[in-house]
Design a protein around this ligand. Structure first.
Ligand SMILES: C[S@@+](CC[C@H](N)C(=O)[O-])C[C@H]1O[C@@H](n2cnc3c(N)ncnc32)[C@H](O)[C@@H]1O
Length: 194
């Protein structure tokens, strides 16, 4: 991406984070905390206000939270300090500088999709390390989420992007059955490095 366009996007996130309230941790993580290791180093990638990082640190993991929005990281750092949680926020463009090989026991990605980085995320897991991923799918039953299809997953795409990992959970309900119920508009993957 041209850096002017990248800078404008980043400034847009900064503006949003001056006002936004932190939401809940992603369901893929919050509903499956029993799959976390008892200890180790975790990364909340493209963390925003860092609700996933808060959960990871609360579960006893040493936690890094990476994003390119300094505003989001500042707010996350304050919140973590107030709650006495061990989180290291890092300002980092994760598309330009993805995590190094064999560096994390847990990686969480929520509401962020940069397909070329997928192989880096696989390599960044230590053996036995676990990836928790959740983002918007093109199959949808509401207007929620990004309108640009490039920012949404094709059917089954998380399984393809992370085919080198062992899947532990995959969920994508598409428009099957009673669409007023269930987990719609997103796909979830939990997968482990062998
Ligand atoms: C939709 S938000 C999701 C935030 C958080 N993961 C959540 O689910 O609440 C997308 C995040 O990606 C970050 N982001 C986008 N491109 C990035 C990049 N190249 N490097 C680092 N962070 C990036 C934005 O600053 C924003 O915080």
């Amino acid at each position: 991406m041209a850096s002017g366009q990248g800078d404008a996007r980043r400034a847009g996130w900064d503006n949003r984070y001056r006002e936004a309230e932190a939401g809940s941790a992603a369901a893929v993580l919050a509903d499956n905390t029993h799959l976390l290791p008892a200890r180790g180093l975790a990364l909340d990638l493209a963390c925003g206000l860092g609700s996933n990082a808060m959960l990871l640190a609360g579960a006893g993991l040493e936690t890094e939270a990476w994003d390119y929005s300094p505003v989001a990281l500042e707010r996350l750092g304050e919140r973590a300090r107030r709650q006495g949680l061990n989180i290291t926020p890092r300002e980092r463009d994760v598309e330009q500088a993805p995590p190094e090989p064999h560096s994390f026991d847990v990686i969480v990605v929520a509401n962020f999709l940069h397909r070329p980085t997928a192989p880096d995320l696989v390599r960044a897991l230590r053996p036995g390390g676990v990836l928790f991923y959740q983002t918007w799918s093109r199959a949808r039953v509401s207007d929620a989420g990004p309108s640009n299809p490039d920012f949404r997953l094709a059917e089954g795409e998380l399984l393809t992007l992370f085919a080198d990992l062992q899947p532990l959970l995959y969920r994508e309900e598409s428009d099957q059955g009673d669409t007023r119920r269930g987990l719609r508009d997103i796909a979830q993957l939990i997968a482990r490095r062998r």
